[in-house]
Design a protein around this ligand. Structure first.
Ligand SMILES: [Zn+2]
Length: 256
């Protein structure tokens, strides 16, 4: 069992992926309702790193697909060489399915653990509302890569939302307009292209990593706070391995 379930069981769903079977048990549970007191954070999701938050943590982008790409190509080539529908062809096909499954599970594991960490350590989490335009500010890559990012941000948000709800943590979605362009220190609009990684304000002299500046804005807007001098704390990187070694289940309140 992946994890114990609580609440009223609403049904059982059995699915198969490759040669693995999964039993999913949806259960209904009362949301705890009581809001928690405590720290708040703004999270900016991006393309260069998975996320940067207003606590100055930079979450490394997982590249699970890239790491398995050689294996995938090798199996694909071997499939082409085999006789269609032969035993060996089927075997190779199922091997390929397993690799894809593995990648999907790694991705989900990463997002579950990261969202769990944020929910366990914060009473309020502010993110951009990605349903509102503004996505163009997130990067100009298009096609497959773009859609992979969109999908994982969406999944991250939905994991955050349901974990937050049962933990009494508030998830605030803010309008993404100007979160990147605005100076988080003085509120001036400082236009920058996507390739400019540093926010440098000509009006107040504030200099910060572009995504950190955005995360501070997201936090301020979400918390409805006025502009205050922003502390410049050195950014600290959280590697994919560090995220994967985090707990997936609810833990008592603790800081990173
Ligand atoms: Zn400024």
């Amino acid at each position: 069992m992946h994890r114990p379930y609580t609440g009223k069981v609403k049904g059982v769903l059995i699915t198969r992926s490759g040669d693995r079977w999964y039993v999913i048990v949806p259960a209904e549970q009362d949301a705890s309702g009581s809001k928690r007191e405590g720290r708040s954070v703004g999270i900016d999701v991006g393309l260069n790193s998975f996320a940067v938050d207003s606590d100055s943590a930079v979450i490394e982008n997982p590249r699970f697909y890239g790491r398995s790409l050689n294996t995938i190509k090798k199996i694909q080539r071997s499939i082409v060489r085999k006789k269609r529908f032969s035993q060996n062809w089927k075997k190779a096909k199922s091997r390929l399915e397993k690799v894809y499954d593995h990648i999907t599970n790694q991705k989900k594991d990463f997002l579950h653990k990261l969202s769990r960490q944020y929910v366990d350590t914060h009473a309020t989490i502010c993110v951009e509302d990605l349903d509102i335009k503004g996505l163009k500010e997130k990067g100009n890559s298009t096609g497959l890569h773009r859609s992979i990012h969109d999908a994982s941000w969406g999944r991250f948000y939905s994991y955050l939302a349901y974990k937050a709800e049962s933990a009494g943590t508030e998830l605030v979605k803010v309008d993404p307009r100007n979160t990147s362009q605005m100076c988080s220190n003085c509120g001036s609009i400082v236009k920058k292209t996507l390739s400019e990684r540093v926010h440098e304000c000509p009006y107040c002299g504030f200099v910060a990593d572009r995504d950190y500046n955005a995360a501070v804005n997201i936090h301020r807007v979400g918390m409805e706070q006025p502009f205050e001098p922003v502390e410049t704390i050195p950014l600290h990187r959280i590697s994919v391995m560090q995220v994967l070694s985090m707990k997936q289940e609810a833990t008592p309140f603790r800081a990173w």
